[in-house]
Design a protein around this ligand. Structure first.
Ligand code: SF4
Ligand code: SF4
Length: 350
């Protein structure tokens, strides 16, 4: 349970909330994105109407990172004859509605990583232009373990945070941007103490809904992984790996990309494009001279877990897994589940 803090809470009936979302769509504030149903899964997608919005998702197929670090994006265009280079920036303002707490934490982690050393202005400009409206979880994916990672709830990283209370939403304000949005486009009264108490108990109740968990403190992960660098588990599990990279691509904390120059057909110019890359893919560590610094599958398989539980922690101080469970859900041979790997290492060490 979070400690009490001074915060601003409002409440809106469900009908008024839909009117609020429709007002955001109609005003020229930028692109309004929300969670939509697609078959029996959920995705983030552009909203044409508030009626399309679903806030009862267990998890979305891809995290909202796809709007800040797109799967493919043009970074610049060049013309050879003129020796000209023109940067390409697409920073359409975004309002994204329905982000679960673990994905908000993941975006905060990406903010830290992508500001470091060589700031990624393509990403950072989009982030500055965005408004994030989170929602506390009502349902939990059977693959998720955010309850073990301290990411099932959050009191930061959002502009507004919704909690479904049946006939209405409680709305917690997390920033001045969020406060202004609410003041300008919704006539929301302050929440009663009873409403705030219901939010806090919903945040506590969600913790009991996770089927998967890490059976020890995540703080132990960096040391556990360091001691098990040569554990046979890596090669045993990696034997089944299909090298598809799906576990990387669906992950909200994976940010690796490849950059390629793509010439126009007339060879007079072209564009520089970046695309998502993943450390499980065979060519990930291949360099121009042909050497591949991580050509063995076991090394690549281990690297992903080392990144999540040790390397990023050593550099930035946080565990780079928020327990969304997307990797295990996407992995056909069922070898990507961090709880399985981490708990196995811990049990073997006991
Ligand atoms: S490693 Fe898996 S569970 Fe952890 S954040 Fe990435 S996709 Fe989610
Ligand atoms: S999703 Fe599974 S099979 Fe595909 S690269 Fe990741 S671990 Fe290997």
């Amino acid at each position: 349970m979070k400690s009490p803090k001074q915060t601003r809470f409002y409440e809106l009936g469900k009908g008024d909330f839909l009117n609020f979302v429709d007002a955001l769509i109609k005003k020229d504030l930028g692109r309004v994105i929300g969670v939509k149903a697609r078959g029996n899964k959920f995705i983030f997608d552009g909203l044409d109407s508030a009626e399309e919005l679903r806030l009862d998702q267990d998890v979305t197929v891809l995290p909202p990172k796809k709007y800040f670090l797109p799967a493919t994006e043009s970074m610049l265009r060049y013309r050879l004859k003129e020796f000209s280079v023109q940067e390409v920036f697409d920073a359409t303002p975004l309002i994204i509605i329905g982000i679960h707490p673990y994905d908000l934490v993941a975006l905060e982690q990406m903010d830290v990583v992508l500001k470091e050393t060589n700031p990624d202005y393509h990403y950072l400009r989009r982030r500055e232009q965005s408004i994030l409206i989170g929602v506390n979880m009502q349902k939990v994916s059977s693959y998720a373990f955010a309850g073990s990672m301290g990411t099932a709830t959050t009191d930061h990283g959002f502009d507004l945070m919704l909690t479904d209370l049946g006939d209405r939403y409680a709305i917690e304000v997390g920033s001045e941007k969020g406060q202004r949005l609410l003041e300008n486009y919704a006539n929301a009264p302050s929440a009663s103490p009873e409403t705030i108490a219901k939010v806090r108990s919903a945040e506590t109740e969600i913790l009991s809904k996770f089927e998967r968990r890490i059976n020890f403190s995540p703080k132990e992960l960096p040391e556990l992984l360091e001691k098990n660098y040569n554990n046979e588990l890596w090669s045993e599990k990696a034997k089944k790996c299909l090298k598809c990279g799906s576990c990387n691509l669906v992950c909200p904390t994976c940010y690796c990309f490849d950059v390629q120059d793509v010439p126009d057909l007339n060879l007079k110019g072209g564009e520089r494009v970046r695309k998502w890359d993943g450390c499980l893919l065979e060519d990930f560590a291949k360099v121009a001279t042909g050497e591949n610094f991580r050509s063995d599958m076991a090394g690549r398989y281990r690297h992903r877990f080392m990144r999540k539980g040790k390397y990023i922690h050593d550099k930035f101080g946080f565990i780079a897994c928020v327990g969304c469970g997307r990797c295990s859900s996407a992995c056909l041979p069922d070898i990507a589940d961090p709880t399985d790997v981490f708990n196995s290492l811990k049990e073997a060490a006991a």
